[in-house]
Design a binder for this molecule. Structure first.
Ligand code: 5GP
Length: 130
């Protein structure tokens, strides 16, 4: 389990504060959803808790499972709004698995309905295979 270290705000906290521009697609009381700056699929969203208290999904699941459930619900709603009822939900967990931002977030990868599934990448969101 990884706790966040240091006092610097994460890139996602800076996005939430409006210090870094982003394409916000959904906000709830505790979660926000943005488009990934480097999409790996026709729909590539990031679901992010507003709190930066949890570095990864293992810390979040142990510390606030309700917030994890809120992330999953936000992923479903955001994917539907993007035209995708089916989607992949990926939590890179640890640097060795490709995690680069240690403020827990889920990648939503999808192809809108009617789009050829072959346009989806089969690999990891960072482009590397596990
Ligand atoms: P990780 O590699 O930690 O699982 O995912 C971090 C994700 O954040 C990457 O897919 C990366 O493209 C995305 N990202 C990093 N910086 C920014 C940014 O400033 N804006 C947006 N929209 N996405 C970002």
């Amino acid at each position: 389990m990884t706790e966040r270290v240091g006092t610097e705000p994460s890139v996602f906290t800076r996005i939430l504060r409006g210090e870094i521009p982003s394409e916000m697609v959904l906000q709830t009381d505790d979660v926000f959803v943005i488009r990934d700056i480097a999409p790996q699929a026709p729909v590539h969203l990031l679901v992010i808790p507003k709190t930066d208290a949890y570095a990864d999904v293992t810390a979040l699941a142990a510390g606030d499972p309700k917030l994890l459930a809120s992330m999953v619900e936000a992923a479903k709603v955001a994917a539907q709004r993007a035209g995708a009822s089916d989607f992949r939900l990926i939590f890179n967990t640890g640097a060795g698995a490709g995690q680069t931002v240690f403020h827990v977030h889920a990648h939503v990868l999808a192809a809108p309905q009617g789009l050829d599934e072959g346009t989806m990448t089969g690999g990891m969101p960072d482009g590397e295979e596990a």
